[in-house]
Design a binder for this molecule. Structure first.
Ligand code: CAA
Length: 257
């Protein structure tokens, strides 16, 4: 039987996905993308989902991009279809209703960087390397990078990275807002454990509502977005979490969500 390309570990609704092609630095071929799509469809039906962490197998690479060997002989129509499927899968990841974290443990290039950009935040090891090197291969980012990168780091830096193809280290990625945190590789797992516990102990419905307000609001004008926040804030008072959270505060105990 062939090895699984995506390992899935579910720890009380904190689901960790590991892209498992370490010999190819976890490059995204159509097999990985199809399996990721199937896993994400399953997660959409997971009623107790609290957070998703996505990483790459091994200590060298998160994802070193789309699979260059597979793309090399594609016609324009085949390339369009390959990227369209990848765009759909990356969108599915972005649209999950719970926080998503890219755990970047090494190379995060091309399609890898585009995968990380679809996550709510990114945590990187201090040896991580980021970039959109597609122009060095005669193409442009095709998994959403030309659109999500400027939205994350601003157009000037996005044009810099997408037209030079230069690679940046984790500290520069932190400085430009591409990642939220950088830590020594040896401490990365402890941090993920801490983060998982934190996300797992907060009210799941309010965490989802916070993500929805931010994601959906970003696509709207400010007044509409504030009306959305107002509606979601009110909705919190219709559930079990708000009475428990506020009673716990008044009674000087930890909430039990
Ligand atoms: N596609 C296919 N195979 C890849 C790959 C990729 N993106 N990146 C690495 N590999 C493979 C290598 O071919 C090599 O395989 P073999 O052992 O069979 O030769 C193996 O992974 C290890 O890679 P290296 O020997 O090159 O390792 P290194 O440490 O010397 O270099 C690296 C690491 C700098 C990341 C280098 O592998 C590299 O530059 N990779 C390509 C990065 C890149 O250009 N990514 C963008 C791809 S295009 C894209 O993603 C388009 C899009 O938006 C959709």
């Amino acid at each position: 039987m062939s090895e699984k390309l995506i390992d899935v570990v579910d720890n009380a609704g904190i689901v960790r996905l590991t892209i498992n092609r370490p010999k190819a630095l976890n490059a995204l071929n159509s097999g990985v993308l199809a399996e990721l799509e199937r896993v994400l469809v399953d997660l959409e039906g997971h009623s107790d989902l609290r957070a998703v962490i996505i990483t790459g197998a091994g200590e060298k690479s998160f994802v070193a991009g789309a699979d260059i060997a597979e793309m090399r002989d594609k016609t324009p129509m085949q390339a369009r279809e390959f990227a369209r499927q990848a765009l759909d899968t990356v969108k599915r990841l972005e649209a999950l209703p719970v926080p998503t974290v890219a755990l970047v443990n090494g190379f995060c290039l091309g399609g890898g960087c585009e995968l990380a950009l679809a996550c709510d935040w990114a945590v990187a090891s201090d040896n991580a390397i980021f970039g959109q090197p597609e122009v060095l291969l005669g193409v442009i980012p095709g998994f959403g990078g030309t659109q999500r990168l400027p939205r994350r780091v601003g157009p000037a830096m996005a044009i810099d990275l997408c037209t030079t193809g230069r690679k940046i280290d984790a500290q520069e990625a932190l400085r430009i807002g591409l990642v939220n945190r950088v830590m020594p590789q040896a401490e990365l797992e402890d941090y993920v454990e801490e983060l998982s516990q934190q996300l797992g102990s907060n009210g799941p419905q309010s965490v989802r509502a916070a993500k929805q307000a931010i994601h959906d609001g970003m696509d709207q004008d400010l007044d509409s977005a504030l009306a959305l926040e107002n509606a979601l804030f009110a909705l919190c008072f219709a559930g079990d979490e708000q009475p428990e959270g506020m009673s716990a505060f008044v009674e000087k105990r930890k909430p039990n969500f």
